[in-house]
Design a protein around this ligand. Sequence first.
Ligand code: URA
Length: 203
Amino acid sequence: MGYLKHAKMNTSFNLLQEEIKKCTKCELCKTRTNVVAGSGNPQAKIMLIGEGPGYYEDQKGVAFIGKSGQLLDKILAACGFTREEHVFISNIVKCRPPENRDPTPAEREACLPYLLQQIELIHPTIIILLGATALKGLIDPRARITKERGEWRTWHHYLVMPTYHPSALLRNPSLKRPAWEDFKKVVAKYRELVDPNHFSAHC
Ligand code: URA
């Protein structure tokens, strides 16, 4: 990307993040502590999309820093990816649903334009959907994560890999192996399309 285009993208992206942080478009703004607009490298070629902030994310305003986030960090490290360099992490909704309930259709609908703008500005090569809410919220409300995970699909010219949410792996450790197979496919695709020299000690 040229220097000017880069600078323009950064400005638009930062403006978008600031707008998201001030959002009052749904009821969740009344109960949140912090908006979790997304974190990582906006120039990254991989974008991860989760469901919505939990308690710790709401406290700090940073995506995936609770138990699921710690597991996600381990998976990313095994792939040779860091948050700072290789990925940007966002969510279907940017504010915590009280008691960690599922976001309602109205909340998802109010928040979706922010996610779509983030995707357009980041323009990742690979999108990883973490769990059913991300798969249904972004791509198809009828899709089943158990059926679709592990298979590449294209969505508006983006390559998408649906996989299990880290919290599902914590609840049911037998899902860790299939999830790891999905991430190995991501590493192979990253080498094919982004960096043939990408190093990972584990795959
Ligand atoms: N779970 C999510 O889906 N997103 C977060 O940011 C944290 C936990």
